[in-house]
Design a protein around this ligand. Sequence first.
Ligand code: ADP
Length: 163
Amino acid sequence: MARTAIYAGSFDPVTNGHVDIITRGARLFDRLVVAVGNNPTKKYLFDLETRTQMIAEACTEVPNLEVVPFRGLLVDAARKYDADVVLRGLRALSDFDLEFRNGLANRALSGIETFFLLADPSLIYVSSSLVREIAMYGGDVSGFVPGPVAEAVRRLYPAAPPG
Ligand code: ADP
């Protein structure tokens, strides 16, 4: 039976940590749907189209990938895209509590299982919010995100003046 996993997030912007989970996750399932958050009440640094494009561009080597927009409940998106499993990345203890509760809530809502991949130790501290914060002050984010994302960030926030 073909297995589909759904991996949801804001991806604002996509980081090397996300790309690692996508790459490793896609090897474990027949099809991986990456659901890009598009919540009208949330303010994003990059619009939906840009965030979607950045993921597709960073993951051209992943053949069984679909990148789709997502709003509302994850269990509804899972149903819409025929996903059997929710894929999540686990960075540290701090991720665990929320992920555990969300996973249980999703299972209570629809019976869907959650599949956790442990973060790569070298990427454990990487997050979109860290990238946005460094970028805002003109810092170099090229170690944390794919090349084209670092370029887009640089265009948005030119380098900080020395001193
Ligand atoms: P949101 O932007 O909606 O807060 P995140 O981008 O934080 O969502 O996370 C989406 C998923 O990616 C979560 O499962 C999260 O644990 C995982 N993730 C985020 N950063 C990393 C990383 N550096 N390594 C592994 N998984 C990660």
